[in-house]
Design a protein around this ligand. Structure first.
Ligand code: NAD
Length: 297
C-alpha cells in the first residue's frame, strides 16, 4: 500500500475527469481542479454522466459509484486544491505554454513532498521537469481513454526521477485498478501512442485528401485486423480537440496534414467533437460501426 491517499487532478476535461473518478472509485480522496467555476461544473457533470459506463462496462453497483462520488471535491482555487496533496496528476491541455505555466505555479503552491505526474500524451517528462522545482519527484503517468475499461497506465521518468518515487507511482497505478506499463527510458508517445499515432495520421491523411471516407477507412481496418474500432471511432473517443492539438503540434508545418486539420476544425466549430458531444464521425450512443452490418459488403 502506498502512502498516496490524497490526489489532486488538474484539468477536469476528457481524461482528467476519468482519472479523478477512477481514483475516487478505488478509494482515494480526490480534488478536481480546473481553471474557473464553469470548467469545474463541466468536470463534475462529465463525472456524474459516467454512471452508465461504469454500470455497463465493469458491472459497478450504484453504491460503489456513489461512494466514488463522495470521495471527490471540486475547486477552481489552485492553492486550495494542492495544499495537502500527496500526488498531483496533471491533465491540462496538450499545449506546452499552458503546461509550463501550470507547473511553475504549481511548484510554488504544492508542499515540497508532493509528487507531480503528467498525463501528457506527447511530451516526455524532461520537457517540464525544470518547471516543477522537484525533478526527482516528477514523471509521466499516462492513461488511455476510458480508464475504467482500457486500464493501461504508462509510467515514464527522466534521468532525475527518484527510483523510489517511480516505484510508488507504479504501485499507485495498481491501487486504482490500472495495469502499469513501465518504460525504461523516455520515448515520445510511450508504447501506446508510438503505435497509435502513425495509424491516426495515416487515417487523417486519407480522409483529408478525399482518398476514402471515414467509414471506409474504419471498415478496412476493422475487417482486415479484427479490431473492434477503426481510427475514426478512436478519434471520437479521444475527442477532436485533443486530436487537433496533437496533429497541429506535430504536423502543423506539414502541408500534407492541412486538409485534415481544416476538416476537424470545422467539426470542432460545430461542436461535433466525438462521444463527449454525442456526435463526431459517428452518432452516440450506438455508433454505426458497432452495427454488425457495418462490416458486411
Ligand atoms: P480537454 O481539453 O478535454 O481537457 C483539458 C481540461 O484542462 C479542461 O477542463 C480545461 O478547462 C482545463 N484547463 C485548461 N487550462 C488549465 C490550467 N491552466 N489549469 C488547470 N486546468 C486547465 O483535454 P484532454 O483530452 O482531457 O487532455 C488533457 C491531457 O490528457 C493532455 O495532456 C492529453 O495529451 C492527455 N491525454 C488525453 C487523452 C485523450 O484521449 N483525450 C488520452 C491520454 C492522455
Amino acid at each position: 500500500m502506498t502512502n498516496i491517499a490524497k490526489v489532486t487532478v488538474a484539468g477536469g476535461g476528457v481524461l482528467g475527469s476519468q482519472i479523478a473518478f477512477q481514483s475516487a472509485f478505488k478509494g482515494k480522496k480526490v480534488t478536481v481542479y480546473d481553471i474557473n467555476d464553469d470548467a469545474v461544473a463541466a468536470a463534475e457533470k462529465r463525472i456524474r454522466a459516467r454512471w452508465d459506463a461504469y454500470k455497463h462496462d465493469i458491472d459497478a453497483t450504484e453504491e460503489q459509484f456513489d461512494a466514488g462520488l463522495k470521495n471527490l471535491t471540486y475547486t477552481a482555487d489552485m492553492a486550495e486544491a494542492v495544499k495537502d496533496a500527496d500526488l498531483v496528476i496533471e491533465a491540462v491541455p496538450e499545449k506546452p505554454t499552458i503546461k509550463h505555466d501550470f507547473y511553475r505555479n504549481l511548484a510554488e503552491l504544492a508542499p515540497a513532498g508532493t509528487i507531480f505526474a503528467s498525463n501528457s500524451s506527447t511530451y516526455v517528462p524532461s520537457v517540464f521537469a525544470p518547471d516543477t522545482g522537484r525533478p526527482d519527484k516528477f514523471l509521466n503517468l499516462h492513461f488511455a481513454n476510458k480508464v475504467w475499461l482500457y486500464n493501461t497506465a504508462e509510467i515514464m521518468g527522466t534521468d532525475q526521477t527518484d527510483p523510489q518515487v517511480f516505484q510508488t507511482v507504479v504501485e499507485f497505478a495498481e491501487e486504482i485498478g490500472m495495469v502499469p506499463i513501465i518504460l525504461k527510458k523516455e520515448q515520445p508517445g510511450y508504447v501506446l501512442n508510438t503505435l497509435l499515432i502513425p495509424l491516426l495520421n495515416a487515417a487523417g491523411y486519407l480522409w483529408g485528401h478525399d482518398i476514402a471516407d471515414p467509414e471506409t477507412i474504419d471498415r478496412t481496418w476493422m475487417i482486415a485486423t479484427g479490431a473492434s474500432t477503426g481510427p475514426f471511432g478512436i478519434f471520437d473517443t479521444v475527442g477532436l480537440r485533443t486530436a487537433f492539438n496533437i496533429t497541429a503540434e506535430q504536423q502543423g508545418s506539414n502541408p500534407d496534414f492541412q486538409p485534415f486539420l481544416d476538416k476537424i476544425q470545422q467539426m470542432i466549430d460545430a461542436d461535433t467533437v466525438g462521444i463527449e458531444t454525442g456526435r463526431g464521425f459517428y452518432e452516440y450512443p450506438n455508433p454505426e460501426f458497432e452495427n454488425p452490418d457495418f462490416l458486411k459488403a
